[in-house]
Design a protein around this ligand. Structure first.
Ligand code: ADP
Ligand code: MG
Length: 690
């Protein structure tokens, strides 16, 4: 019987109630149960004599009960004395029932497992796990390491162990092997039943460290399958997409040419190459699925503008989605400045808009008067209706879930045509990883910065050396340069952060009375913010104290020094993004990363990476090593591309083989593709749907 269609309730001891709880936890079939894998193990295969117990570690003890009593000294507790001929110890329970007390009767055999500590009356275990045996059934040690499973409310470790044990004992043979013989023999990995049996029930001599790191061949066999299933699901999604229709956008590119003619600079070769790739996609009649990776400041926004202008020229609307209000506003200002002179109207959807303004924007989007709309997820709310959406551009795509992106795409679904989609990210990831994680996308890379950028020299200092830093700011301003002083958002409360920035500004005014200083922060009215930024840009403000407002979009080439407070609290990507505000002119630029208090090892490493490199690709690679893709790419929050047991950083070496195997399966064994995907991703609708 194929276990992938066998309900859990078919297992002995799983009634309707437990089955329902397991289903809520994603365990619906016997196959789901077999693939619910332990994350930790305990060694209960060896019995320790009480006489050789040491306080500290965990141990399995077998003995007989000498005495059980409720004692009232200190806290009321149930104390059970156990001996095994080599010594005696106590088990102590602060919470207990009368039934429990009665079961721990004198003369019975007990097997218990717990942490050994030194109590007032000698060695003891507090709330150990135990089994009591009456008569001749003598307790023995476990035959294999004890697995610990991800558990959930209402489904306990013990019942999970029992259910999984049932499945292993009775149903392992019903597990279908979807990997073809040629692949298995090539890989020299254990068979699926062998691998699962080992992972659920490792023998006493198994190396727990290797298992807990997920590096055992039995686990690697499963990791291989999981990565393969993900890869196949993305390839499948991509294949589905290439069968969908999208508007054919084939224009002479007059609007884009008109924009380029107005720019004070020429596009870089990398920008031109990526734009050509996009223009090519747009003409194909299938939805473009392209990801553009490019370092901070590499000019992704203009690449997006080129794509947008091609769509607009073809009479279609464009939606641009940004992860934050601030970024959305910034984009809107940029696009409006570029497109208005070309006679193109843009709309901006923001939480900040009043009801009347919002209604006007919605009307412009609905009538098609606005060819382009910028916003946060406000864009895919129900009342936003486009007349003719042809292209969706998503900035910093990793901050959105697949679900949100699909919603926006649905808005453009008319007459069976889907809009094209362009996503942009400043977190470039290495090629092999991109192939594994973004197999459903075409990837373009802007691997060149506009000319005239100078590498930023970065120093790391404790904030006890603030006086030196202030002197440095003074010197820079005296030389006619401009300076950013960043007080990042670090507190839980925005008000506190704001206060830090206000205090810093006041202190700097006192220390540097002859320098013109201004404060800018997210709570300011848009008008005041703009006025301040304009003054900084014009040079009449020399020192700009800012919260992370300036993280994006600010472009002042004369600013050549940046001070960042509390740099230890910020992530690599964010610091790199901030630092990208300097080094935009000809002058030598530097960045001072100040930290407060003692640096953690992790923070020290992070700051060292920034000191050593200005290259966003290198920094992203380090970030991936240190935090893992789940954190760096935000998938931990959105749930996309999350794995049960695979870890793409740890398991990178498998990736090329996985790609080859995926090709092979698709070409020669297409029938095994969907069952494999379902086995590993079954519950996740976005994969199941495609
Ligand atoms: P990012 O890739 O970080 O989104 P932006 O698109 O914001 O970068 O561009 C950063 C800055 O570089 C902007 O001020 C933009 O006008 C400018 N820029 C973009 N392309 C070029 C270019 N080819 N030459 C000079 N400056 C450019
Ligand atoms: Mg950008």
């Amino acid at each position: 019987m194929d276990v992938s269609s066998l309900p859990v309730s078919s297992l002995k001891g799983v009634g309707p109630k437990l089955a329902e709880k397991l289903a809520r936890f994603g365990l619906c079939t016997v196959q789901d149960v077999l693939f619910h894998l332990p994350f930790r193990y305990q060694d209960r295969t060896r019995v320790t004599r009480i006489g050789s117990l040491r306080p500290g570690g965990e141990a399995l003890v077998v003995g007989s009960i000498d005495l059980t009593d409720v004692v009232f000294r200190g806290r009321r507790s149930l104390v059970c004395r156990v001996s095994d001929g080599s010594g005696h110890m106590s088990l102590r329970f602060f919470h207990f029932t009368a039934a429990q007390r009665d079961k721990l009767a004198r003369g019975r055999q007990i097997r218990c497992f717990g942490e050994v500590r030194l109590g007032s009356a000698g060695l003891e275990m507090i709330h150990p796990e135990y089994d009591v045996y009456a008569g001749d059934a003598l307790p023995v040690a476990e035959q294999h390491l004890t697995p610990f499973y991800p558990a959930t409310e209402g489904v306990h470790q013990l019942s999970l162990r029992r259910v999984v044990g049932q499945a292993l004992d009775t149903r392992l043979a019903g597990l279908h092997e979807w990997l073809p013989e040629e692949v298995l023999s090539d890989l020299k990995l254990p068979t699926l039943p062998q691998a699962l049996a080992y992972v659920h029930r490792p023998p006493p001599d198994a190396r727990v460290e290797i298992l807990e790191q997920g590096r055992h061949p039995a686990q690697q066999r499963l990791v291989f399958e999981e990565l393969l299933a993900h890869h196949l699901s993305m390839k499948h999604r991509r294949a589905q997409m290439s069968r969908q229709r999208a508007p054919v956008i084939q224009t002479p590119g007059k609007l884009a040419a008109a924009l380029w003619a107005r720019l004070p600079f020429a596009l870089t070769a990398a920008q031109q190459r990526v734009i050509a790739e996009i223009v090519d996609d747009l003409a194909k009649g299938h939805p473009m699925q392209r990801l553009v990776q490019g370092d901070v400041g590499s000019g992704k926004t203009l690449v997006a503008a080129a794509a947008a202008l091609h769509a607009v020229e073809a009479g279609l609307q464009v939606a641009i989605m940004a992860p934050t209000e601030l970024l959305a506003e910034q984009h809107w200002r940029n696009f409006d400045a570029w497109l208005r002179p070309l006679g193109i109207e843009t709309a901006w959807l923001s939480g900040k808009l009043g009801a009347k303004e919002r209604a006007a924007m919605l009307a412009a989007i609905g009538s098609g008067a606005a060819a382009l709309a910028v916003g946060t997820h406000a864009l895919f709310q129900g009342d936003v209706v486009f007349k003719n959406l042809g292209l969706v551009i998503v900035d910093e795509q990793h901050r959105f879930g697949v679900h949100q992106r699909l919603l926006l795409r649905e808005k453009g679904n008319s007459a069976g045509r889907l809009p094209h989609q362009l996503t942009m990210t400043a977190t470039p990831i290495p090629r092999t990883l991109a192939q594994a994680l973004y197999a459903d996308l075409d990837v373009s890379v802007i691997d060149e910065l506009p000319p005239g950028r100078t590498p930023v020299e970065t120093v790391v200092l404790p904030d006890t050396r603030r006086a030196e830093v202030v002197a440095r700011v003074h010197a820079a301003c005296r030389d006619g340069r401009q300076v950013y002083w960043v007080c990042p958002l670090i507190e839980e409360s925005e008000t506190l952060d704001l206060q830090t920035a206000i205090d810093t500004e006041a202190a700097l005014r006192t220390a540097l009375p002859e320098i013109s200083i201004r404060l800018v922060h997210g709570r300011m009215k848009a008008q005041d913010k703009e006025r301040t930024m304009a003054a900084f840009k014009a040079g009449s403000v020399q020192l700009l104290v800012a919260t992370t407002v300036i993280e994006v979009g600010v472009d002042v080439p004369n600013a050549s020094l940046m001070i960042v407070e509390h740099a230890e609290r910020l992530g690599l990507a964010q610091l790199h993004q901030l630092r990208g505000r300097v080094g935009r002119g000809a002058a030598h630029s530097s960045c001072v990363l100040m930290y407060h208090g003692a640096l953690s090892e992790n923070a020290r490493q992070r700051l060292a990476v920034l000191r050593a490199s200005n290259d966003g690709f290198e920094i992203a690679r380090k970030d991936l090593e240190m935090r893992g893709p789940g954190e760096v790419l935000g998938t931990r929050q959105t749930g996309d591309g999350e794995f049960h047991i695979a870890d793409v950083m740890r398991d990178q070496a498998l990736l090329p083989t996985i790609e080859r195997t995926a090709e092979l399966l698709l070409a020669k064994h297409p029938d095994s593709v969907l069952p494999l995907v379902r086995r590993w991703l079954g519950g996740r609708e976005q994969y199941a749907e495609v």
